[in-house]
Design a protein around this ligand. Structure first.
Ligand SMILES: NC(=O)C1=CN([C@@H]2O[C@H](COP(=O)(O)OP(=O)(O)OC[C@H]3O[C@@H](n4cnc5c(N)ncnc54)[C@H](O)[C@@H]3O)[C@@H](O)[C@H]2O)C=CC1
Ligand SMILES: C[N+](C)(C)CCCC(=O)O
Length: 507
């Protein structure tokens, strides 16, 4: 099969698994792709569905400084525009993403391994996020405060300056949009570092912003891992770091940012509870449990992986969940019929399989899946596929119930009473999301109030409209993404006090 590169855009729209090769530089600053200075630390990036090398990720070293300076010069121009002017450009970017949706989705699939159907939704969420913050940009305003004697004060909502975004590999394009859209709406510039495993699509977003008319340097992409991330977090010209990833790395980012007293948003992992009461609408609860566990091969931070089911309905619940889990079409992520693609990497696949093995050793029962899956298509034989797994006989003290697996593994736990299940659901250091299925309206709101998590879904799971704030409690992080409130995390308030009379001095 002919190899296709990102430059051949018309063919790219039909690119199939195993065919894409990315050769262009993946850094972007000053309004253009930038070749890395030093290729010696280059790392191969794999296509998860085939195990084939897709491109090389060449980490940025000292060039990070150029990207940050480029962002700063753009910030000086962008921050002087009115909200309406910024909105017009952001709306144009959203329009271009809509137009190029399938092409971006295909690149995302080749790099991440998730199904094309999901990738298309992710790209839709990305343009919706930019559109949403374009709408908010002109509404940003301060307050007028009347003081005695005709004096007054007013507040100005001002940008922070250069913000850094550090992304994870599970939603590469969407995370870049979730971070850049509110940052730009508030008048900031951004330097974004994708995960070294998913370097391909963030730079497409950079090109789209440029085409839409942002000043050169407003949204930049630097490639790299921990070292590059460290350079960004330590840089004196950076005002804020917004991070998505694991708890241990989040702590390091916070420590580095603390040295420069930089603001931080941390969007970390979870081990979220989904509570299914016997009075639920069972069909919806089953669908909810599947949505809570199997999107993006289970590699979703807010997944409801501890599924608490009231004992009386456990048999019906398990029978139906297992039947539908077994029926999930796993395979070529570029095919429209596929509902589950490949995990991000071989080591990650092995880690997930290790969790399942350990769960069995600790007494859990595998009701289905949990094995490496080799699709019949020979080109997928080295892909990182795992059959979706449902674990029964789980106890709260098992590793699979306590730790984030980040794979297609649902742990099911019986419960008897509301008080008991709330106590067990909250018995975790995480607090990203939670869910409850019940027909009892009072119970639903009581449970939502008592769950210690940044989000509680009532009678659904994993819906994420961009209008709604998203973020964690406890060790799942702080700060929020999406929703109106996120402008507060990308801006600062200046108070201006105006004296209309004479100065009354004590001296
Ligand atoms: N909250 C979420 O959405 C996600 C959570 N995770 C969790 O994290 C686990 C490991 O995944 P990783 O991608 O390895 O997560 P990670 O936390 O190591 O990496 C996330 C990002 O931080 C960067 N980074 C790593 N070390 C850094 C440092 N010292 N300074 C600054 N930046 C640094 C990485 O290059 C990447 O861009 C997963 O198995 C999962 O449990 C992973 C991805 C997303
Ligand atoms: C599943 N969704 C889209 C609602 C949230 C994804 C958040 C993340 O894992 O970065």
């Amino acid at each position: 099969m002919a190899q296709q590169t990102l430059l051949s855009l018309p063919e790219f729209q039909n690119v199939s698994t195993g065919a894409l090769v990315v050769k262009e530089p993946l850094n972007f600053w000053g309004g253009a792709r930038v070749k890395p200075k030093d290729t010696k630390n280059s790392e191969p990036v794999y296509e998860p569905a085939t195990g084939r090398v897709l491109c090389d990720m060449i980490p940025c070293g000292e060039e990070v400084d150029e990207a940050i300076k480029s962002a700063h010069s753009a910030y000086l121009k962008w921050s002087k525009l009115s909200g309406m002017e910024r909105a017009r450009i952001m709306l144009e970017a959203a329009r271009i993403i809509r137009e190029r949706r399938d092409e971006i989705a295909r690149a995302e699939v080749a790099n991440n391994g998730k199904s094309i159907t999901e990738a298309q939704v992710d790209i839709d969420v990305a343009w919706q996020c930019i559109e949403y913050y374009a709408g908010i940009a002109p509404t940003l305003s301060g307050q007028h405060i009347q003081l005695p004697g005709g004096s007054f004060a007013y507040t100005r909502r001002e940008p922070l300056g250069v913000c850094v975004g550090i992304g994870a590999w599970n939603y590469p394009f969407q995370i870049a949009a979730w971070k850049s859209a509110p940052a730009m709406a508030c008048g900031n510039a951004m330097v974004f570092k994708p995960s070294p495993m998913t370097p391909v699509t963030a730079v497409m977003l950079a090109e789209i912003y440029k085409e839409a008319g942002v000043p050169d340097g407003l949204f930049n992409v630097v490639q790299g891992g921990a070292e590059t991330g460290g350079l960004l977090c330590h840089h004196p010209m950076v005002a804020k770091v917004s991070f998505t990833g694991s708890v241990p790395t989040g702590k390091k980012v916070m420590e580095m940012a603390a040295k420069g007293v930089k603001q931080v948003t941390l969007e970390l992992g979870g081990k979220s509870p989904l509570i299914i009461f016997k009075d639920c609408e069972l069909e919806n609860a089953i669908k909810g449990a599947l949505m809570a566990n199997f999107l993006t091969q289970g590699e979703v931070c807010c997944n409801g992986t501890r599924v608490f089911v009231q004992r009386e309905i456990m048999p019906q619940f398990l029978e139906e969940v297992v039947k539908r889990t077994k029926a999930i079409p796993v395979g070529d992520p570029m095919c429209e019929e596929t509902r589950m693609g490949a995990l991000i990497s071989k080591p990650h696949m092995e880690k997930v399989l290790g969790f399942i093995k350990q769960a069995k050793e600790q007494g859990a029962k595998v009701l289905c899946g949990g094995e490496r899956f080799v699709p019949s298509d020979p080109k997928l034989k080295d892909g990182y596929f795992v059959s979706p797994c449902v674990l029964d006989n789980c106890r709260d003290d098992m590793t699979c119930v306590k730790e984030e697996i980040f794979g297609p593994v649902m742990s099911v736990l019986p419960f008897d009473t509301e008080d008991e299940v709330l106590q067990r659901a909250n018995n975790t250091t995480f607090g990203l999301a939670s869910g409850v299925f019940t027909r009892d309206i009072a119970r639903a709101h009581r449970v939502a109030e008592n769950l210690q998590a940044g989000t509680c879904y009532i009678n659904n799971y994993n819906v994420g409209p961009v209008e709604v704030p998203f973020g964690g409690y406890k060790m799942s992080g702080f700060g929020r993404e999406n929703g109106q409130v996120t402008t507060e995390y990308y801006s600062q308030l200046k108070t201006v006090v105006v004296e209309m009379g004479d100065v009354e001095s004590l001296f």
